[in-house]
Write a protein that binds this ligand. Structure first.
Ligand SMILES: Nc1ncnc2c1ncn2[C@@H]1O[C@H](COP(=O)(O)OP(=O)(O)OP(=O)(O)O)[C@@H](O)[C@H]1O
Length: 789
């Protein structure tokens, strides 16, 4: 170790200088190795030094002040290990003028920069960062420019400090930019004093992580903010991870205490009651009898049921049913089909009822019925051909919760179909308020894949339906419930308030599909031997450790036969372990999109994204019309250079191209193998689905049912037949919901007084829904959903 003659050990060592070159940078941890040309230092380094450390934003050619210590590297010799760094702000008149006229301050030229420095002086940066009004003295600066300069200076100061604090508090590098983007100038304050706020604001930070940050920040475990955050986290978790729309007070108490109490702190039931009262007083939760929920959910369930009941009761001209039956006969002839009685009834319901439901498993004729409904409307109301209408003018609107399902609907019906989000007008630059004013101009709306619609989406949809419009909800009630909270489709059926056609005859069987038969047998709890071989399905025995090899063999063979990555989908229910989604994705990437010189690669965490990769969006990105579960292909990867200020991945989805910066990459994952939840609403020619005992927590009937019904041509099951048999006997957790109750009340007993009682909370508004809504990942068993990204 060098003897630093000029400095005592009590002095802080520093180096001020220009970064000549970034020798190394880890994108993930932002660990840098820099060559710095020294201007000033109290170390023994002379003209230059190698400086190492974690820095969030270093630009070659710019000047920084690094503080830290001198270390000896076994191979590279003496280096300066920086513990903190700060951009060296210019303090000469010329330097400052150059700084203010740089592109950091768009619209500020040399003249204005000079005026700023002349007026405020060479301490301009420190003065502006402390005094938000300092620029008012500078003549000729518009309010907007004053604001822009002040914000830029203050943010840049604050984010340097905040970034350092996040390193000290052990906050993962991938979360740091998101946190700074969210809190801007307030970041330091939040992470140091209110870390529990991160739990509700930052995707990927859970209560445990906030606890760690709080411990590092010296916040006591009995801090009231921790208690309240723990209760709120538990409630949110039950709603977003389990899918309940309310939780019983006693259950919430017990579950909150499980995460709050440690060997260092003890909270009692009474403490939880106090927290609940505080939260209710602050209008963060609603307590109704022995139930607790979020105001947004309560409001969404109540309002949607009320609107639905209004629509059902709104009188429109009745259809001539006898005439409709005659027309339907004509349609059968022209389509060369004979609808069964149930199918015909389902079609007629779409005309005779304001709202009706069609539910049935695969191959029961839902698509065929939708075609019949469209044809009958055309016939009865003399609609012209779809092609003769302007876009969006056709009186029948079709929609589904995912882009894929909507595309399938459009392909099979021959008329336009969209995602429900698009139907209700949610797109780029849409504000929440606009959506709720955006009525859907339609005589009939048909929504498919209804089992995927959650409480929030259902509310938003219902608010936009016009009173005269008829609605047909179509789906398969045996599939997994929605990813978001609620069991909307099941509740609508079970409320008995809506005429429902339950289809139970499979027609596709005639074409020799044993996959559909299997789905049916599972839904109806029939006995079966899953190892019986069929032309279109097979079960290979394998233990957990053999799954990867088996998948490798099957996929390689499919590729040899000419199938490509879009045709083959591996589905698994869990992310970790030797037969988990993560490992299978790595393996499949190697087979289906191997590395090559012509493909760019970008490393992010433990993933390598490569040009040509099949990827999946993990949360809703409504503004770009890309939703949780949509998959696409990486069309290009761009690196930070003269033309790009940031690394970027561009993904081609069915709906268009979307660019992801590094900070957005937590939203993206590989999609060679996806969870069964995420595959809902999509179908694939070949589905490969391992089922092994190590999936124990996720071995459930509706998961297996949903997985196998994604296969259109071939289904390859592999694993342990006993794991399969136990899965199809196990029902998923029943979700607590209020919709059914509200619905039956709306229809039968609700009087005005009761309605007012239910909605006595006058702060319940539509805006709240958008404020509170967070993107959920449901049913992931023992693993926290946040750990997947
Ligand atoms: N009444 C019927 N008579 C003869 N064939 C029928 C009848 N109804 C449906 N089919 C045929 O059965 C097959 C499955 O029907 P369809 O695609 O409409 O079912 P689905 O419920 O939409 O299935 P999935 O949900 O799997 O797409 C189709 O080939 C269709 O032509």
């Amino acid at each position: 170790m060098t003897n630093h003659a000029q400095t005592s050990i009590y002095d802080t060592l520093y180096i001020v200088g220009d970064v000549d070159r970034v020798i190394f940078m880890s994108q993930d941890t932002r660990f840098h190795v820099l060559k710095v040309l020294i201007e000033k230092t109290n170390t023994n380094f002379k003209d230059e030094a190698i400086v190492t450390g974690h820095f969030h934003d270093i630009t070659e050619g710019e000047s920084y002040r690094f503080t830290g210590k001198v270390t000896e590297h076994a191979r590279f010799g003496e280096q300066f290990a920086a513990e903190s760094f700060k951009k060296e702000v210019p303090d000469t008149k010329e330097g400052l003028i150059q700084y203010f006229s740089s592109e950091k301050f768009p619209g500020i030229g040399l003249k204005t920069a000079q005026k700023i420095v002349d007026t405020i002086g060479t301490d301009a940066i420190s003065i502006i960062s402390k005094d938000g009004k300092a620029l008012e003295k500078v003549s000729g600066l518009t309010k907007a420019k004053r604001q822009m300069i002040t914000e830029t200076v203050q943010e840049s100061n604050a984010s340097d400090e905040a970034y350092l604090m996040m390193i000290r508090l052990n906050i993962e590098p991938s979360k740091r930019s998101k946190i700074i983007d969210t809190y801007k100038g307030d970041t330091l304050n939040i992470i140091q004093y209110h870390p529990y706020q991160l739990v509700s604001d930052i995707f990927g930070i859970g209560f445990k992580k906030a606890d760690q940050i709080a411990i590092n920040s010296g916040i006591s475990p009995d801090d009231p903010e921790r208690l309240v955050a723990g209760v709120m986290y538990t409630l949110n978790d039950e709603i977003n991870s389990v899918g309940h729309t309310y939780i019983e007070v006693d259950t919430l108490k017990a579950k909150s205490l499980e995460i709050l109490n440690t060997d260092k702190v003890y909270f009692s039931n009474e403490d939880i009651i106090i927290a609940l009262e505080t939260l209710a007083d602050n209008k963060k939760i609603i307590i109704s009898k022995d139930r607790v929920t979020l105001p947004s959910i309560y409001y969404a369930e109540h309002k949607s049921s009320e609107k639905l009941s209004n629509i059902i009761n709104y009188k429109i001209d009745e259809i001539d049913e006898a005439q409709a039956k005659i027309s339907l006969k004509k349609i059968e002839k022209s389509l060369s089909i004979q609808y069964s009685d149930k199918q015909s009834q389902a079609i007629l319901n779409a005309l005779t009822e304001k709202v009706s439901i069609i539910t049935g498993g695969p191959g029961t004729g839902k698509t065929t019925i939708v075609k019949g409904i469209i044809a009958l409307y055309k016939e009865m109301y003399d609609y012209k051909d779809f092609k003769e209408y302007e876009i969006g003018d056709y009186p029948i609107k079709l929609a589904a919760p995912t882009g894929r399902a909507a595309k399938r609907m459009a392909d099979t019906s021959g008329i336009d179909a969209r995602t429900i989000h698009r139907l209700i007008g949610w797109g780029q630059d849409t504000e929440a308020d606009d959506i709720l004013d955006n009525e859907i101009d339609a005589e009939l709306i048909i929504l498919d894949e209804m089992s995927m619609v959650d409480t929030w989406l259902f509310h938003q949809f219902m608010q936009n339906v016009m009173p005269h419009t008829r609605i047909v909800f179509v789906g398969d009630a045996d599939q997994l419930p929605s990813v978001g909270p609620g069991t909307v489709f099941k509740d609508l059926i079970e409320s008995s308030a809506i005429k429902t056609a339950i289809l139970d005859t499979v027609y596709r069987q005639g074409e020799g599909s044993s996959i559909v038969k299997l789905a049916y047998d599972i839904a109806n709890d029939e006995n079966m031997n899953i190892e019986t071989k069929f032309k279109d399905r097979v079960f290979f025995r394998a233990n957990t450790n053999q799954i990867a090899d088996l998948v490798d063999t099957v996929v390689s063979r499919a590729v040899d036969k000419g199938y490509d990555m879009r045709d083959i989908q591996v589905l698994a229910p869990i992310y970790r372990g030797p037969a988990g989604i993560n490992i299978l994705n790595k393996l499949l990437q190697g087979i289906l999109n191997p590395a090559s010189e012509s493909k760019n690669e970008l490393e992010f965490g433990d993933k390598i994204f490569r040009t040509g990769d099949k990827v999946i969006q993990l949360i809703n990105r409504t503004e770009d019309n890309v939703f949780n579960g949509d998959s696409g292909i990486i069309s290009s990867i761009h690196f930070k250079d003269d033309n790009n200020d940031k690394d970027k991945i561009v993904v081609e989805f069915d709906t268009g191209h979307i660019a992801y910066e590094r900070k957005d990459l937590t939203e993206l994952s590989h999609a060679y193998c996806t969870s069964i939840h995420k595959a809902q609403g999509s179908e694939y020619p070949i589905v490969i689905m391992p089922i092994v005992q190590s999936y124990y927590h996720m071995l459930m009937k509706n998961i297996v049912y949903t997985g196998i019904t994604r296969a259109k041509e071939s289904l390859i099951l592999c694993g342990d037949p006993n794991a399969f048999y136990s899965a199809i006997k196990r029902e998923g957790v029943e979700r607590n919901t209020m919709l059914k109750e509200f619905l039956s009340k709306s229809f039968n007993t609700f009087n005005q007084e009761e309605k007012e009682e239910v909605l006595k909370e006058d702060y319940l508004t539509n805006d709240m829904i958008n404020d509170e809504k967070i993107d959920p990942m449901i049913g992931m068993g023992d693993v926290s959903p946040y750990e997947f990204v």
